[in-house]
Design a binder for this molecule. Sequence first.
Ligand SMILES: Cc1cc2nc3c(=O)[nH]c(=O)nc-3n(C[C@H](O)[C@H](O)[C@H](O)COP(=O)(O)O)c2cc1C
Length: 314
Amino acid sequence: MKIYLAPLEGITGWIYRGALRECFGGFDKYFVPFIRPNQKGHLSSREKNDISPANNQGAYTVPQILTNNAEDFLRTAEKLEEYGYSEVNLNLGCPSKTVVTKGRGAGFLAYPERLETFLDTVFGECRIRISVKTRIGIEDGGEFKDLLQMFNSYPMEELIIHPRVQKDFYKNVPNLEAFAEALSESRNPVCYNGDLFSAEDYHRFHEMFPDVECIMLGRGVLSNPALAREIRGGKSADLTELRRFHDLVYAGYCREMSGDRTILYKMKEMWSYMAPLLEDHKKYGKKIKKCEKCAVYEDVIDEFFEKQQGGEKI
Ligand SMILES: Cc1cc2nc3c(=O)[nH]c(=O)nc-3n(C[C@H](O)[C@H](O)[C@H](O)COP(=O)(O)O)c2cc1C
């Protein structure tokens, strides 16, 4: 089974990915949150840091591009090739209104003719391999049949399917019927993504789809950074590992970002997913949310971890 880390914009940046790799590992590919090419073709400093080979050592890393403009895609892919990348991912899944109203991400799925012209150009001209990460439509999973036929015309590195439609955002449940159909019809290798939050979820999925050889994990990893290891039959995270993971992420943000507010915003977001792994998380979750200074935050975290020593939950 191949397991990939999903791109999660704002969370799984290079600092988070580095800490995850060092403490838990377990991923065959690490997808980078989307790069949005700008008109001048420059990458932002966040984007440069995220793809810099020095920040991704020892990890098979796949940058992702969010655009509906073939020239922008090709120019960015060329830049990525210069950085040493041999694979790039196209985002056809982002459901956010601001992206969708510009016909990008999942919004591009509403314009099949334009999408086909785009794919003709990028698959015809791009020198590095292209994978696609997609939702199954805008309104209704029935839309995927035609989209898949179109996708079948292109030699994708893989087709990563999150079987929700754009209007679902993250509500409802993945449409496994549509996924089953796509799996049997796709000429490209398929990777499944969606709502695998525990090893049990994975086993249930694997019983239903024994032929799927590749999964991508997103929010499940944010809630439990040892998830890939557990799926592979390894142990759950212990406290020492979690503490080390936290400390590496925190140290990275303190080093790379300025201002307590910015650093704490990132840490609060991480804890909003991860806190339930620990005892007494409601109380400490609130305390973390209230922190405005790093010095206070550090005390709260020390206390949170010290509290675990008695009644260990994990
Ligand atoms: C906060 C957040 C940020 C995300 N950022 C991206 C992104 O940059 N690119 C992308 O393709 N998907 C993005 N996604 C979608 C995830 O990669 C993934 O497809 C989705 O969360 C479903 O997988 P999961 O159920 O395992 O979390 C994001 C999702 C969330 C919740």
